[in-house]
Design a protein around this ligand. Structure first.
Ligand SMILES: [Zn+2]
Ligand SMILES: [Zn+2]
Length: 371
């Protein structure tokens, strides 16, 4: 193959255009990756629709990808000092921080680096090296991209979910880790919520309640660690509050994690926190206007810690990969929409319509993309 083929967003809300780009020869420290699986994230839909203010056009969408190394520019090592060689299967941190500024080095929060850029979101494909998004046969990883060589036994379909949803959930649990025996509630049974259920279980939480509207996804959360689920379509707010109080000894949850993606969930979820508890929000990923909350009763009077979460760092990706390695079959079930690479738009639409919880694009899929 002498070219890379990509689906390019040229106008918001319109069909993606197919374009080909010459395959670059990696310069010093760079890696050319042939993708095996590209993840379709809920954020991709927002970017496609023009709801994400960070997006320049034209853009190769896609910040989630796992693939095999085609070539490297000289000697390159991953974050665990393993030599990266052609043929290796690789995951990478979608965000590229400068690792030289005060935020990166003094505050040690590279995810918040003011110079951070993100594959498939913040850089146009108009200029070389072009291949900076995962809805493409290839990506070129810059010399400062953080990479992780993956075990051959781990399916790339599972690994790709760790890169964004898994890493973001890991970030939540780094900020607020439930104590052993805790009672935890998770809003949203999508990929991030499912990872939160698995991290809650791994942290030793005793009661793990997931609230959501899709029975099959709630079922998947039960397999990954949830002890109880509540279908929000079959209950009203008063019933949900009553059930959560009942499941948490009348006190409310020690920690509520929001992975629902809509800010209205925050106003409701704050009422589920116990006095002295914490509320962690990682699902709201684009501007949604203002939100009315009962600040006195739900935050101040209860001494509740309110924690926002923005994206993730490399250590979170590593943690998420370790988590899925422990139970790959269960995480495989999270991916309920497998589309051939050519059908990127169908996949986006399926995610937009909430027909699937987690969609991926399969490159060279021998099954022709049968779900
Ligand atoms: Zn994502
Ligand atoms: Zn920085």
């Amino acid at each position: 193959m002498s070219h890379a083929y990509a689906h390019v967003l040229t106008k918001f809300g319109e069909p993606l255009r197919d374009r080909k780009f010459p395959l670059p020869v990696p310069e010093r420290g760079e890696i050319l990756l042939r993708l095996e699986v590209s993840g379709v994230c809920g954020s991709d839909v927002h970017q496609w629709q023009g709801l994400d203010p960070r997006v320049p056009l034209p853009l190769i969408l896609g910040h989630e990808g796992v693939g095999r190394v085609v070539a490297t520019g000289g000697e390159v090592r991953d974050v665990q000092s393993a030599m990266v060689t052609p043929g290796d299967r690789l995951a990478f941190n979608r965000g590229v921080s400068c690792m030289a500024c005060r935020t990166c080095l003094v505050l040690r929060q590279p995810a918040l680096c003011p110079h951070r850029w993100v594959y498939g979101i913040t850089r146009s494909c108009e200029h070389p090296p072009h291949l900076v998004g995962c809805y493409s046969t290839h990506v070129l990883l810059a010399s400062n991209v953080q990479t992780l060589c993956l075990d051959e036994a781990l399916s790339p379909v599972v690994a790709v979910t760790a890169g964004c949803s898994g890493a973001t959930a890991a970030h939540c649990f780094e900020e607020v880790r439930p104590e052993f025996g805790s009672r935890v509630v998770i809003q949203g049974p999508g990929p991030i919520g499912a990872y939160c259920a698995a991290f809650a279980k791994a942290s030793g939480a005793e009661v793990i309640v997931v609230v959501g509207g899709t029975p099959s996804r709630l079922e998947a959360c039960l397999e990954l660690g949830a002890t109880h689920v509540i279908n929000r379509r079959e209950t009203d707010a008063a019933e949900r509050l009553e059930e959560i109080l009942e499941l948490t000894g009348g006190e409310g949850a020690d920690v509520v994690y929001e992975a629902a993606g809509v800010q209205e969930a925050v106003a409701e979820g704050l009422k589920w926190c116990r006095a002295g508890g914490a509320y962690v929000s990682c699902g709201v990923a684009e501007p949604q206007g203002g939100l009315e909350i009962d600040f006195f009763h739900d935050i101040a009077r209860k001494n509740v810690r309110l924690q926002g979460i923005w994206v993730s760092d490399m250590r979170h990706l590593v943690e998420a990969v370790r988590l899925v390695e422990a139970q790959p079959q269960t995480f495989e079930k999270l991916v309920d929409g497998r589309f051939p690479f050519a059908d990127a738009e169908k996949a986006l639409q399926a995610v937009a319509d909430r027909e699937v919880g987690k969609a991926v694009l399969m490159h060279d899929d021998p099954t022709g993309g049968a779900k």
